[in-house]
Design a protein. Structure first.
Length: 189
């Protein structure tokens, strides 16, 4: 079984003016990416946000969907939220994965541009399915991950292209496409 983790990075990221900021947690990102992550058997879906108010918001949602009422009202949501966790920074995520697996995860980020260490979907899919390493996929919020973070990863996944020139997917749409390409059924064979 593939050993893949997912992390939605809220800090440090850029805003539209190229300033480093912390973005806020959105309800849709939590729910939709957790559901996609659970569907594709991701080990854990991490939210990275150092703001205490944002951490409390995530924990409040986790508690609600894990409670008796939330679980009874929507058991599928409870199951999706069971793999969600929040950490203050990426180093905490990496440490937890290393403690759990005994290996430092291979870091893979996403971007709408190509870089020297860009990797294609088929090549990454093969690595995830055939190697014994844990992989951590980093998804950026706002206007993307900082240059420093992009330089610190092992691979940058090739962009998702549609047939037109417009290329600005929501992070939750991109997450679902990426997970399907890396872990989904091999319908093309």
């Amino acid at each position: 079984m593939p050993n893949l983790y997912l992390s939605l990075i809220h800090n440090p990221v850029y805003n539209k003016n190229n300033k480093v900021i912390t973005t806020t947690v959105t309800n849709l990102d939590l729910h939709d990416i957790a559901r996609a992550s659970r569907t594709y058997n991701i080990n854990k879906y991490y939210i990275v946000n150092h703001l205490k108010s944002q951490q409390e918001l995530v924990k409040k949602m986790q508690e609600y969907w894990g409670s008796d009422f939330g679980a009874k009202y929507n058991p599928d949501r409870q199951e999706a939220f069971s793999i969600l966790d929040i950490k203050s920074n990426l180093d905490d995520v990496i440490k937890e994965i290393k403690d759990e697996t005994g290996k430092t995860p291979v870091l893979v980020s996403t971007d709408a541009r190509k870089y020297e260490n860009t990797i294609g979907y088929q090549e990454l899919r093969d690595k995830i399915h055939n190697e014994d390493n844990p992989y951590l996929m980093l998804l950026g919020t706002g206007w993307g991950l900082t240059e420093e973070m992009m330089k610190s990863v092992d691979y940058i996944l090739e962009p998702i292209y549609g047939p037109g020139k417009y290329n600005h997917l929501s992070v939750r749409s991109a997450a679902s496409i990426i997970l399907d390409r890396l872990l989904g059924e091999t319908w093309w064979e």
